[in-house]
Ligand binder design. Sequence first.
Ligand code: ZN
Length: 254
Amino acid sequence: MNEQLQLLIALQKIDSTILAARRDVDLMPLRLTEREAALKKAEALYAQAEKTAEEALQKKHDKEREISETNDRIEKLKKRSSEIKKNTEYQAHLAELERVEADIKTLDAALITLSEQVNRAHQEAAEAKKRIAVEQEGISAEREGIAAEAAEKEAEIKRLKIERKKIVAKLEPDVNDHYMLLMRACRGVAVAEARDEVCQGCCIHIPPQLFVEIKSGDAIETCPQCRRILYYVRPDAEASNGNVANSCRQNTGE
Ligand SMILES: [Zn+2]
């Protein structure tokens, strides 16, 4: 095979790997989005539970004051009992005492309900607080994981760039210029496989005569439609060698 073509295939492999690694690094922060949303939800639940607890507690204090005032009233009514001489007045007095004592029962029941509300809200706040801690921990662990993975990818990119330089040094300048032009124009895929007479860059059918020339690998041939540099992989070489990762399925939207 033409030496320059071989170099171009190797260069494309490296550039595709670099581009994929870059894309991976760029997408890494997205992994935090879900956890950050869960944290925000837990924080909102906590704030709501705290507010509910505070309001219920205020109502509970009001109710306790009301109960205390009503108890004072009962005491006063009881003290007055011995001072009342007239029977009709006494009956009215007893009726009032009974009514106020009934009020106390209602107030006590309301106080129990409010106490339960306060407890429930405190419990909800405590659970939300735990959830916040879990999410915060998860986020910081994820951040550490992302930083480590990104550092690994950056190291790989650095290594590949050194490899790249070695290949570019062997490329004829105009071949390199042609490659770089295609890289920019064809979204990072300048070199594509010609498989079964089909350009794997744009899926067009390659004319038979051109396919024969591509198969020979003697010169740098390009796709009549997408202009990508084409190469052929012999079926027996494919398994051992591998090829540049591009196919019609991966490169739609030409
Ligand atoms: Zn093409």
